[in-house]
Design a protein around this ligand. Sequence first.
Ligand code: HEM
Length: 146
Amino acid sequence: MYSGLVHAHSGLRWIFLVVILLTLVLALTKWLGKKPFWEEHKKWALITLIIAHIQLILGLVLYFISPKVIFEGAAMKDSVARFFLVEHISMMILGIILITIGYMRAKRQLPENSAKTITIFYGIGLIVILYMIPWPGSIYGVVSWF
Ligand code: HEM
């Protein structure tokens, strides 16, 4: 079960990245063209939100079963253990909160403002998430591409 969850969490990263990038390109194009985003493209913002929340659920389960998450004070002194205990979870939750706020605000706004809101909130959320992905070859030990 553990191995399956790690691969699901790792693989879903790619689907998430492709869908959020597509949403951002659509939103930025509409913002620059001074056109509303919501009516035509809200499904992409929603799909991004749903995938981010699935990642959150998978991540929360992994957090309590992964051998990389060590619940000891000493973990704070080791950069890899600290990353999985505190940094990855807190920054990923921050990124997902930004995406959620962006979606909720855009939904309530006038359609002509939605492109700007999605670009800003999803854009900052993506930067935070990209920064906190443990990429293979980084200091975070054995992590996979998929
Ligand atoms: C969009 C959000 C997220 C992305 C893109 C993401 C991506 C990743 C990736 C690529 C790995 C490496 C998997 C591997 O070992 O090959 C990983 C590991 C992990 N993530 Fe996330 N993550 C996200 C959110 C979260 C959240 C919110 C949590 C906790 C609530 C979390 C908990 C974990 C844990 C515990 C591991 C270590 C799993 C292991 O290898 O034992 N992740 N994440």
